[in-house]
Design a protein around this ligand. Structure first.
Ligand code: ADP
Ligand code: DP6
Ligand code: CO
Length: 329
């Protein structure tokens, strides 16, 4: 009985044009186009071992058995891989994130893109980034983008359950960008991204306005990246993040991912701009503020954010590579 195993790593990504809301037809496809940068500086490492001796899939996250929902998402991905490979072997999955899990730092993006790559490889299937992206997207939409490095767009798909993968639009070195993450709370968020956006789609009167405005915002983000205009990129990315949060705040009952530290950090970013530094903020479904800046301004931006009341620590990240294999047996 042979055990076939593979180990992969992937980075989270930060959306500069946000995905928030799934299409209504029940397939895991986004209602809006999104565009992100994959971030070196934080990573997931995942091992998948298909073992004929197992009677069910096992999943350890950070050394401990994952909760039922997290386990179910892993099994769903493995089931697709088994179907494609024509096998029924169960797998042992072990994964670790070197940054907070389920807290708004895109652990589902790095987690499921690393898992998709490791599982495809261990099963002997095609591991081209487009395949990794489509498979990961079926479990967590933002994970489609972490299959690729640099600047990555995920368009809306066409109706139906067809393939939908992200598209890399520029390599990591295209733009001298730094992202300073201001961590404002340790521990997981109260409402996960999947539930938060579902509630927003269902109850927010602003959701249709978000869907109507997102494509133009995404186009502005794309064009600013392609012409290396960090200021225009920052303006458009900040608009996208605030509009996304506005839809959630307007849901019934309102969904607020922010803490006091989030607002303090947003205000500091505005003060930094008034001082002539390049600094624009974006926020995912969580309380942390991610500040886009230049390599030159980064030390001053980081120092200023570290002093903000409610900011616990900072992480500096740069554009990084897509998911990649570390090992295969
Ligand atoms: P985040 O902002 O961190 O992406 P989400 O609510 O989108 O938060 O997703 C968190 C979920 O992603 C976890 O509850 C778990 O199900 C899954 N997840 C996180 N890290 C991993 C990992 N390394 N491997 C597999 N699944 C993971
Ligand atoms: C705010 O991809 O984590 O980070 O598709 O349900 O797994 P699921 O949600 P997820 O949502 C990410 C939302 C976001 C914006 C973004 O990354 O585009
Ligand atoms: Co997520």
């Amino acid at each position: 009985m042979t055990i076939r195993a593979a180990k992969a790593t992937a980075h989270p990504n930060i959306a500069l044009a946000k995905y928030w809301g799934k299409r209504a037809d029940g397939v895991n496809q986004p209602a809006v186009p999104s565009l992100s940068v994959t971030l070196a500086g934080m990573a997931t490492t995942t091992t998948v071992a298909f073992d004929p001796a197992l009677t069910e899939d096992t999943f350890l996250l950070g050394g401990a058995p994952a909760d039922e929902v997290a386990h179910g998402r892993v099994v769903k991905l493995l089931d697709r891989v088994r179907r494609a490979a024509g096998i029924s072997t169960r797998a042992r999955v072990e994964s670790g994130n070197d940054f907070p899990t389920a807290s708004g730092l895109a652990s589902s993006a790095s987690g499921f893109s690393a898992l998709a790559l490791a599982a495809l490889s261990a099963a002997g299937l095609d591991t081209a980034p487009t395949q990794v992206s489509d498979l990961a997207r079926r479990i967590s939409v933002s994970a489609a983008r972490s299959a690729f490095g640099g600047f990555v767009e995920l368009p809306v798909g066409s109706p139906g359950e067809g393939d939908l993968a992200a598209i890399p639009i520029a390599p990591p070195e295209h733009l001298a960008l730094r992202v300073v993450v201001a961590v404002t709370r340790e521990g997981p968020k109260a409402v996960g991204s999947t539930d938060g956006m579902e509630h927003t789609v269902r109850t927010s009167p602003y959701f249709p306005a978000w869907v109507a405005s997102a494509p133009a915002l995404c186009a502005r983000v794309r064009e600013a990246i392609l012409r290396r205009d960090l200021e225009a990129l920052g303006v458009a990315a900040e608009e996208s993040a605030l509009a996304m949060h506005a839809t959630s705040i307007a849901a019934r009952p309102g969904l607020l991912y922010w803490t006091g530290g989030t607002v303090e950090a947003l205000e500091e970013v505005r003060r930094l701009r008034a001082r002539g530094l390049l600094a624009y903020a974006t926020i995912d479904a969580g309380p942390h503020v991610k500040v886009m800046t230049t390599p030159e301004d980064e030390p001053r931006v980081t120092a200023a954010l570290a002093e903000v009341p409610g900011v616990k620590r900072t992480i500096v990240a740069s554009p990084g590579e897509g998911a990649r294999l570390l090992d295969r047996t």
